[in-house]
Design a protein around this ligand. Structure first.
Ligand SMILES: [Zn+2]
Length: 352
């Protein structure tokens, strides 16, 4: 941290979220150096030890099980983001375990439905009573995959919106409304406490499938952090989530490859793709006269298996995200090697 502050200004710091860790000293230090400090909080996942949340329910009427373990303590089991009881339970956790007056804002993470990580089943739900009463169950029978290579019937991707099969569109629209309603409720609560809001979001082209609609969420935040993790081989990572989508619909490897090519073709996933995603978010900000800042999340950490980041990759990521208002050094500074920090600083000082 000191190394960074010696060379550049940190406008925002995201810190947290272990409830027993005493981070007061570092928070005060950051604030005294002019940084706004946001408490990093997962919302619809990872808090099950602190309160009872109502889980996402699978087609069989049982809590959705996602068999994925990164070995980091994150289990990617989600509670239902639609249900108001869960947003209230989250607020209670926040009030019981964290000091309210200590931070400039909150950074809300895991604000979504599960991705294709648990197969197609993890995206088709939720089948809890609340969702069943708010999403017409008769729509469910319309969710047929007529084309096994383009199972969602995607026609185009433009202005961060998909044109696709109408039944799937209805499902994703329901999810986007549900996440938006919950977030609107949470943001109004935190604003009432005088806190600013940062949102951790999937890259726009993946966000729609987990219920994150940039058109609705960007206006809620002081800043957003789209995760442009082009190397992360874990949830939210672009290659990982694309592969999860491609392999979710059957076990046929050839089909998965075809599905992946078809999807990448449809969204025109090429070298300037991240730039176009940023331009799409910028358009939302400008068209609506918003002051929301756009900080691109890029990996600078190192994890041999999940994020084998190199200095070259950091330079490349920074060059692709130049049009953002800034970047968030992700996943976290504790697992970022010093040469990566040096390389990052050299590059941003050069860019500035
Ligand atoms: Zn539900």
């Amino acid at each position: 941290m000191l190394v960074i502050l010696k060379k550049t200004h940190i406008s925002n710091a995201i810190i947290g979220w272990h409830k027993d860790a005493d981070i007061s000293e570092i928070v005060l230090f950051l604030k005294s150096n002019g940084a706004e400090v946001y408490l990093w909080l997962p919302v619809f996942s990872d808090l099950e030890a602190l309160a009872d949340f109502l889980p996402i329910i699978g087609h069989d009427g049982k809590p959705l099980k996602i068999k994925y373990d990164m070995g980091t303590g994150e289990n990617f089991a989600f509670c239902c983001p639609a249900n108001i009881e869960n947003t209230d339970a989250f607020i209670e956790v926040y009030e019981n375990h964290y000091r309210l007056d200590f931070y400039d804002g909150v950074f809300l993470d895991k604000i979504r439905f599960p991705s294709f990580i648990g197969g197609v089943e993890s995206v088709l739900g939720c089948y809890c009573d609340y969702c069943r009463s708010n999403y017409d169950p008769s729509e469910e029978s319309q969710l047929q995959t007529a084309d096994s290579i383009n199972p969602l019937g995607i026609i185009s991707y433009k202005d961060l919106c998909y044109d696709m099969d109408s039944a799937f569109k209805k499902l994703f629209e329901y999810k986007c409304s549900a996440v938006f309603n919950s977030l609107e409720h949470l943001c109004s609560y935190f604003r009432g406490k005088g806190l600013k809001i940062g949102l951790d979001l999937f890259a726009p082209f993946l966000a729609y499938f987990v219920g994150q609609d940039y058109h609705r969420l960007v206006p809620l935040a002081d800043f957003i952090k789209p995760m442009f993790y082009a190397m992360t081989n874990a949830p939210a990572g672009l290659p990982f989530e694309i592969d999860m989508y491609a392999s979710a619909f059957d076990d046929n490897i050839e089909n998965a490859q075809k599905r992946k090519s078809s999807f990448l073709n449809c969204i025109d996933y090429g070298n300037d793709f991240i730039n176009r995603e940023i331009a799409g978010i910028r358009k939302i900000i400008n068209d609506n006269g918003l002051e929301t800042r756009l900080y691109a999340g890029i990996e600078v950490n190192y994890n041999e298996r999940f994020a084998p980041v190199t200095e070259e990759y950091i330079r490349e990521s920074l060059s692709k995200t130049k049009e953002a208002d800034g970047v968030v050094m992700s996943w976290d500074l504790n697992t970022t090697p010093d040469p990566h920090i040096d390389c990052f600083l050299e590059e941003i000082i050069h860019i500035v």
